[in-house]
Design a protein around this ligand. Structure first.
Ligand SMILES: [Zn+2]
Ligand SMILES: [Zn+2]
Length: 395
């Protein structure tokens, strides 16, 4: 039983005590007053205050217990304190997708590409070339626009390199426009698309050192945790409502980005989402079942992706207490999630996500990470250009 719990807890994303400090003075479970473990004297009849490492809140010693948590893909374990609320959810979650065969993907990990596998640059260039060559006349503007945004973002990177280095670059073809021919687009894909080589260790994931925010359960103690609140929520919602982002629906460019993401990640569904005040909007998707969907923010996995700037990988959604009771998981059958934040035009405020989901657990390799990162960056740029255009129209 200890081993089972150790493994179940190993599938959870614990809080990082260094980045989240709980402020509740009453026990998160029984609401009784607590004293610090070092403070004796008059209040010594009070229960001792501890911190639950799963939800992150202060809890009394009576409502919590020490538990073993599997770490390092099962090669070791830590001993941490977990509250009763959390333990109930851990025991209630489903672990059937974690078999001995895929034990190594219990913890979110980006895997190295197979030896000799194509680089992200090659993969993305091929995807875009195939899409361009096979596009019908009505599809062509969106395909060209996506290629422009992807190739353009490399221009930005180049213009930031020192002039001395830029001078040594070979002469480059002229900038793509909507008027450019198919040949010019193909040439640009061949010569201008460059995703730099990087070490696997730079493919970072959100919460590698633990979660930086608490999990709050509602009073009924049922259902998913309440959605986490980003520090910049006011700024964030300001951007969302000022730019009327919820009206940006089903842009052909964003739908194409979803199709490309699915093809590269070999997933069933990709989504571009926007997190509003209390709901999540699906702005674009390649899956008609999710088109124009608007769901409660509490249920949305992307509501956690916007808590930082790094991508979130959830290899086993049924096992993770953040999501195990979400209707998307319980009814929708969602098992796997990998999403990069979608940023506001300022480039730092996360407003939603570009994510891939599936009904089966999946491994993610470095080239797939880099491709989805690139696609999410172009989604951010496409949203930004859309916002600028709208503002110009208003003027
Ligand atoms: Zn208590
Ligand atoms: Zn807890």
């Amino acid at each position: 039983a200890v081993l089972v719990r150790r493994r179940r807890l190993g599938a959870q994303k614990l809080t990082d005590p260094a980045s989240y400090l709980p402020r509740n003075t009453r026990c998160v479970c029984c609401a009784s007053a607590m004293r610090s473990s070092t403070h004796m004297g008059l209040s010594s009849k009070k229960r001792v205050r501890r911190q639950c490492r799963l939800c992150g809140y202060n809890v009394c010693d009576g409502c919590s217990s020490k538990q073993e948590v599997q770490r390092n893909q099962g090669k070791g374990f830590d001993i941490v304190r977990i509250c009763e609320n959390c333990m109930e959810r851990v025991d209630d979650a489903q672990y059937d997708t974690i078999s001995p065969d895929n034990i190594n993907i219990v913890e979110p990990t980006i895997e190295p590409d197979a030896p000799g596998a194509d680089s992200a640059t090659t993969v993305l260039a091929r995807l875009l070339r195939d899409t361009l060559v096979n596009a019908s006349e009505p599809e062509l503007p969106a395909v060209k626009s996506v290629i422009m945004h992807i190739v353009d973002s490399d221009d930005v990177a180049l213009s930031q390199t020192p002039t001395s280095e830029r001078l040594t670059q070979p002469l480059r073809p002229r900038r793509l426009t909507v008027e450019s021919s198919q040949e010019e687009y193909l040439l640009a894909l061949q010569s201008q698309l460059q995703i730099p080589d990087r070490p696997l260790s730079s493919c970072l994931l959100a919460g590698a050192n633990g979660r930086a925010y608490p999990l709050a359960y509602s009073d009924s103690n049922a259902g998913v945790p309440l959605f986490p609140l980003p520090d910049n929520e006011l700024t964030r919602m300001g951007v969302v409502s000022r730019a009327r982002l919820t009206e940006v629906r089903n842009l052909p460019e964003l739908e194409l980005i979803c199709t490309l993401a699915c093809r590269e990640l070999r997933c069933a569904t990709a989504l571009v989402t926007l997190i509003g005040h209390d709901v999540q909007y699906v702005l674009a998707t390649n899956n008609p079942a999710f088109r124009d969907a608007v769901g409660p923010r509490d249920q949305a996995l992307c509501a956690h992706t916007i808590m930082g700037t790094l991508p979130m990988l959830v290899p086993h959604a049924t096992a993770d207490v953040r999501f195990s009771r979400s209707q998307l998981v319980l009814r929708g059958g969602l098992r796997f999630y990998f999403g990069f934040p979608l940023f506001a035009p300022d480039g730092v405020t996360a407003i939603g996500a570009v994510c891939c989901v599936d009904r089966v657990p999946r491994r993610v390799h470095q080239a797939q990470y880099e491709t989805l990162e690139k696609l999410s960056q172009s989604a951010t740029r496409i949203m930004a250009s859309r916002i600028t255009n709208d503002i110009e129209l208003l003027d």
